[in-house]
Ligand binder design. Structure first.
Ligand code: SF4
Ligand code: MG
Length: 337
């Protein structure tokens, strides 16, 4: 099947009290029906801004400056707000890390599901309710015909996330964007939710864009992966190649890092010293040079392009190491200190 989503050199900026800052730069990727792309990186690397750009949910201060987002032949960067409203929740659905912020506490689960279903499917009331119960059952909610009349705060975190998934999938979206969908959940529930997303993807050929700082989640779900650092794609490859043969020093660092014990933490213990530069303070040249043990003079001054590791390869890397001498020995895995 051919691509139905093509993001081309997306650039998103925000107005801040310190002036305009570019948050995401030159992000490009394609997606086919049923395919899953993983976007991985630390907090603040631009993964969420990328997905919010797709949904055009950037708030008042955010704006897409350059590039295009072609979805089913339409450029979403040029769509009207009314067109976007009909696309959101219908053709593209989104689930977030903390469902409490996206579920309205003053309405029951059923009220919220039915509002969405009515907006997009126009079923008679009784059928709409039956359909909502069916969707809740499908995502593994027991006693769905009772749970549907509960308020969100009565449910556990795992149950709320299931409700969000049921809502996100009830309109049979072509694309599901899942931003840290399991980060707030304990490992058992996390595994169940990921299984569920895979099952629903395989049943309905939904494409998934999964955003996570957790490489385990990415490995479990994605067909292909883009690694982001400081607002840029630094490496992209199919999931096997990326895990088997990472080329970018940052990707290597991610793979060597150990997640914090608190499962809700968006932080990892990096084997690389330093932190992600802020958007107000971007290093010149390679944005990773301040943390890279392979950095040279050139890295500090010249911005590396994202290029295939070999002509025609889908494995692309933004690093001078790869480009200046492709025959040099691969980066050796770090040894524990
Ligand atoms: Fe490190 Fe230089 Fe490659 Fe940047 S371009 S990742 S600083 S070696
Ligand atoms: Mg985020």
């Amino acid at each position: 099947e051919k691509n139905f989503l093509e993001v081309d050199k997306l650039q998103t900026a925000f107005q801040t009290d310190k002036g305009e800052v570019i948050s995401v730069e030159e992000v490009s990727f394609q997606l086919r029906p049923g395919e899953t792309i993983g976007i991985v990186g630390e907090s603040g690397c631009g993964k969420s801004v990328t997905s919010l750009s797709l949904m055009r949910l950037l708030g008042h201060s955010g704006v897409i400056k350059k590039g295009s987002i072609t979805f089913n032949g339409r450029d979403l960067t040029k769509a009207t707000e009314a067109e976007m409203r009909s696309i959101r929740g219908n053709e593209i659905s989104m689930i977030f890390q903390e469902p409490m912020t996206s579920l309205n506490p003053v309405f029951t689960v059923g009220n919220q599901m039915l509002e969405l279903i009515n907006l997009h499917m126009k079923l008679p009331a009784k059928e709409a309710r039956a359909y909502a119960v069916e969707m809740l059952t499908k995502v593994g909610i027991p006693r769905a015909s009772e749970i549907i009349d509960e308020y969100p705060h009565k449910l556990s975190g795992g149950m709320r996330q299931r409700v969000m998934i049921a809502m996100a999938l009830s309109c049979k979206p072509k694309l599901l964007i899942a931003d840290e969908p399991t980060t707030a959940l304990d490992v058992t529930i996390q595994a169940q939710i990921l299984e569920l997303m895979k099952k629903l993807r395989d049943e309905s050929n939904t494409a998934i864009m999964i955003i996570s700082h957790d490489l385990g989640v990415i490995a479990e779900m994605a067909d292909k992966v883009i690694v982001m650092y400081a607002g840029q794609v630094v490496e992209e490859a199919d999931v096997f190649t990326l895990f088997d043969d990472p080329k970018h020093p940052y990707t290597k660092g991610l793979m060597d890092s150990i997640p914090h014990l608190e499962h809700d933490s968006d932080q990892r213990l990096f084997s690389i010293p330093g932190t992600v530069p802020t958007i107000h303070n971007m290093p010149k040249g390679c944005r990773f040079h301040t943390r890279c043990q392979y950095a040279t003079e050139k890295c500090a001054h010249e911005k590396p392009p994202l290029l295939p590791i070999q002509p025609e390869s889908d494995h692309r890397v933004r690093c001078w190491l790869q480009q200046d001498d492709p025959h040099r020995a691969p980066i050796q895995p770090r040894t524990e200190v």
